[in-house]
Each structure stands twice: as C-alpha cells, then as structure tokens.
Design a binder for this molecule. Structure first.
Ligand code: PMP
Length: 403
C-alpha cells in the first residue's frame, strides 16, 4: 500500500501531546504514537517471553516477532540483509561499537576525519580511539551557512585516512550532508564512512545501497520509537571482519574454559538478553512511519520550517543559524538574551524548545555563541505551533526590550 500521508488529526495519536502545548523538541526525542505504546505494552504483557532461547511456543513466537522487527529495520533503511542490522542501545552505542571493534585495526599515524558540527557522540568515541591507538583526529570545517564544507572535507581525506565519520543531518543546524559524494571520495582514497543518522532517520528516505556508506547508526527514540534501542547498520563483509566488543551469552558459537568461538553477525555484537520490547517497539514505530511515508514527513516539516524562517525573519533581534534548506531543525539566537531565557519564556507560553549546546560544544565555539535556542519539528506539528513559537519570541523581545 502506498503511504497515506499525514492524517489531519494526527496530534491525537500521541498521548504525550495532550494539553495545550507546542512540542518543538523532536530533535531531542520524538513523542510516541499510541500504536508504539500499545505494542510495547503487549510485548511486556500477554506476549511476554524471552527470545532466542526458549523451546516453548511463546518464546518461539516472541523470537519470530523480534527477528521480524530486524527485517523491518533492514527494509526501512535499504540494507542488503537483516544480518547487517545490529541492535544497540542507541546511536551513541553504535558509534562506540564501531570505534572499539573496527577501531582495533588502527595503527599509529592513521587518521580519522570528522566535521566541526558533530554531536559529542560522534567526537568522543573517536578521541578515545585516537588516544588508544596513536591515530590522529582531523576536523573538517563548515560553510558560511553552517553545512559541512564538503569540498574541504574531501580535500582532507588523505592516504592515511581510515574513517570519515559525519552526521547525515546536523542536530543543531539541520543541514543535510551529501553522503554519496563523501562516500565516493572516501572510498577512492581507501577510507570507510560512518554516518550518524540520528536526525536523518525520521526525516530522510534512507537507502543504504544508494548512500554508499559503510556504517550507519540510528536511535529508536528519535524515530518515534522507544528509548534504549538503536541500530548499527554495517556492510556484511565489514561486520564479519570485526571482533566482538562485549562478551557474554548470545554472542557465542561454543564456549569452553580454554576457548570461545563467536557467532556470526549480528549476534556476535549482541551479548546478553536483548532489549526485546525496545526492538518490537521500534518495529511498531517503523510501521507507523511507513504508513505515513518518510517523504511526506520530510515535506511537512520542510513547509513548517520555511514558514518559521519567514516569520522569524521579520523579527530583527533574532538571528537564525544554519542553511535555508535545513531538515526540520532551526537554531537561533537573540542579541542580548541568553537562549535559556528564551527557552524559559517560551515554556511559560506553552512552547517547548531546546536551549543549550545540544551536545555540540565544539560547534558552539565555531559559531561563536555559548548556546542556541533550537526549534525542531516532527510529524505532529502544524502551523499553529509555528505561530505560537513566533508569538512567544515576540514576547521575549518585549520582556527584554530588544527590537
Ligand atoms: N547524534 C546526533 C546527531 C544526535 O542528535 C543524537 C541525539 N541528540 C545523538 C547522536 C545521540 O543519540 P542517542 O543519545 O540516542 O544515542
């Protein structure tokens, strides 16, 4: 069935949106549709049993559901096979897994290349790897409008560059990277590409084959699914070449006191009882998103963003950051008013935005600001939320006496 687009009463499908508030913090975490909450409740309730181990029927059924969710994720992102989908706690854990497992092959003098707009999750694991191995960490600059400067980044890929790790969509400025272009350039130099897809997953139609990257990470809670679950996608041959990073049950083939052999991926990277209800909840979230269509969500958020930019553009005191064509995310600052004050006054008006460094302190330095206020849109927002944001900002200007 083709995706149905956004239903007029969609807001009512999200219990977290009850009450009179404008939730503009979806880039931090998305509200959950009732369908996802119901799937989790069923999983913990009448369907509950462990997976992969039980010989009894309930457990076998649960295992089927669990593996169906893996296949669903694979389809959703255009992976070649469900075996390329590793369940992790979130994007953060996915990046740490790659840095710790794949990273074991790095030698002193090897180089890792990131960009200046990365989230701390796509900086710190690489710094830790640098410090363990003697590799170097290079940082590509940004364009004037706050996108990754792809020409500069590509020029920085050298013969010792082993990994290029970049955000598909910036969580602060919303710019969208041309992953295919970067991947082609990296591969031509023998480097791999890891993409932080946290903000892209809910906004951009994903197709791993077309993107051409080697690793891609997602967080379930940004995809309208549960917290505590995320996805690492890796090319099958790469995952097969990587050692496990955590030991325990479920990741083994055979164990004796002398020696252990490991399961093939993805099991090799999933030690211990998995987050069963997280995986099944994520599967339900993907069903929910696919019924609407990611392209429809993207178009909807883009329309809201353009209108927000247009209206905020009329407030002289507000400076918007980031490219015009950002994906659902808008950061801004106001002369003489700290973003926390903006956030607090907006909250009094029932408008929830994020204020702070957004886990991107180095980016704040590049932008020359201590923090920003950020409005981010989701499938459930509408033009009324935009108006409330703008009216709230007008109130901030009145309270602080700025024009
Ligand atoms: N990368 C980006 C771009 C993000 O926006 C976030 C979440 N704010 C993360 C990584 C980390 O995701 P999580 O905390 O869900 O692991």
């Amino acid at each position: 069935m083709p995706p149905a687009g956004i239903r007029p009463n969609i807001r009512g499908e999200f219990p977290g949106l009850a009450g009179n508030w404008a939730y503009l913090d979806t880039a931090a975490t998305a509200q959950k549709p009732q369908a996802v909450i119901d799937a989790i409740a069923r999983c913990y309730g009448v369907d509950y049993a462990t997976v992969h181990r039980g010989v009894y029927e309930r457990s076998a059924t649960m295992t089927l559901r669990f593996e169906e969710a893996r296949a669903k994720v694979a389809r959703f992102i255009g992976a070649a096979s469900p075996d390329e989908i590793v369940f992790v706690r979130g994007a953060t854990e996915g990046i740490n897994l790659v840095a710790q497992s794949w990273g074991q092959r790095l030698q002193p003098g090897d180089r890792i290349l990131i960009s200046a707009l990365e989230h701390h999750s796509n900086i710190v694991p690489w710094q830790m790897l640098r410090d363990r191995t003697g590799a170097h960490l290079d940082v590509a600059p940004l364009t004037d409008d706050g996108r990754i400067d792809e020409d500069a980044l590509i020029a920085m890929i050298g013969p010792r560059t082993r990994m290029v790790a970049i955000a598909h969509v910036s969580n602060v400025l919303g710019g969208v990277a041309d992953v295919r272009r970067i991947a082609d350039a990296a591969h031509a130099m023998g480097a791999l590409v890891m993409v932080d897809g946290c903000q892209a997953g809910p906004r951009i139609v994903l197709d791993m084959a077309a993107l051409g990257a080697d690793f891609y990470v997602l967080s379930g809670h940004k995809l309208y699914g549960p917290t505590g679950i995320g996805v690492l996608w890796g090319r099958a041959e790469l995952l097969e070449s990587m050692p496990p990073w955590q030991g325990g049950g479920a990741m083994i083939e055979t164990v004796s006191f002398e020696r252990t052999t490991y399961a093939p991926p993805p099991g090799r990277f999933e030690a211990g009882t998995p987050h069963i209800e997280g995986v099944i909840g994520l599967g339900a979230a993907i069903d929910y998103i696919e019924a609407i269509g990611v392209a429809a969500i993207h178009a909807h958020e883009t329309a809201l963003l353009h209108e927000a930019r247009r209206q905020i553009g009329q407030l002289n005191s507000v400076r918007m950051l980031g490219p015009e064509s950002s994906a659902g995310i808008l950061s801004f600052v106001m002369e003489g008013v700290h973003p926390h004050d903006i956030g607090t006054i907006l909250d009094e008006a029932g408008v929830a935005v994020r204020a702070g460094h957004h886990c991107a302190q180095p980016l704040m330095q590049v932008l020359g600001v201590p923090a920003t206020a950020r409005a981010s849109f989701g499938v459930y927002n509408d033009m009324d939320d935009v108006s409330r944001l703008v009216r709230g900002l007008e109130r901030v200007t009145r309270i602080f006496g700025v024009k």
